[in-house]
Design a protein around this ligand. Sequence first.
Ligand code: PGA
Length: 259
Amino acid sequence: MADKRKPLISGNWKMHMNHLEAIQFIQKLSYLLDQADYDTADVSIHPPFTNLRSAQTVLDADNIPIALGAQHCHWESGGAFTGEVSAPMLARLAVSHVIAGHSERRLLFGETDENVNRRVQAILAAGMTPIMCSGETLAEREAGQTEARITAQVDAGLVGLKRDQVGSMVIAYEPVWAIGTGRTATPADAQAGCAIIRDRVRAGFGSKAAAQVRIQYGGSVKPINIADLMAQPDIDGALVGGASLEVESFSRIVRFRLQ
Ligand code: PGA
């Protein structure tokens, strides 16, 4: 079953790069990747909102098979929500993947399990693929609460979804203590977190959804550690922050099979 899941390598740019830098980055990345890379892994990039239109134009004009992603969206399709962007607006811009519930959004911007679920529903309703993030903090890990935390986030995030919707989405295991710290989870720890997620999907939505859902690991993924992470049976890709901002390192992560 595991062989059937095509890996997804996603670059989460966070609040980095303007639209001119984004255009350059995409053009350089497309020179570094070839068809064999796209056959092995799906690739998505998640620039800030201000870059999406420029990124979409370059991807489209040059026929580059990299998926355009966003980092966040609101759950309502429109209305008086100053500063927010809706899922249908992103879909109209050819965005296909949207991150929901990244730990920075949860910790810095007050996102809750409940409204992450609403975002996931909105992303699916707009015909896009959610990348729903989950992961424990260092304090939770040290208190032995890793499994309980992941389980609670995954269960709450998937409330009300149909089996095939869950099978079509992406869930990222991102231990908060490994994000931007240079402290990667060991392949065994990353596998354990991803396996907890797959087990919860199986328990709630059945074996087919569990076999289909793609589970990414995120947290200080680099060219040097990607191959060992990708060798784990429940890791179907990576959500990459820092190392996705440098085109060389991101292309090497995409080409993990050659590392
Ligand atoms: P990092 O970020 O690769 O810089 O640790 C990962 C993420 O936040 O998605």
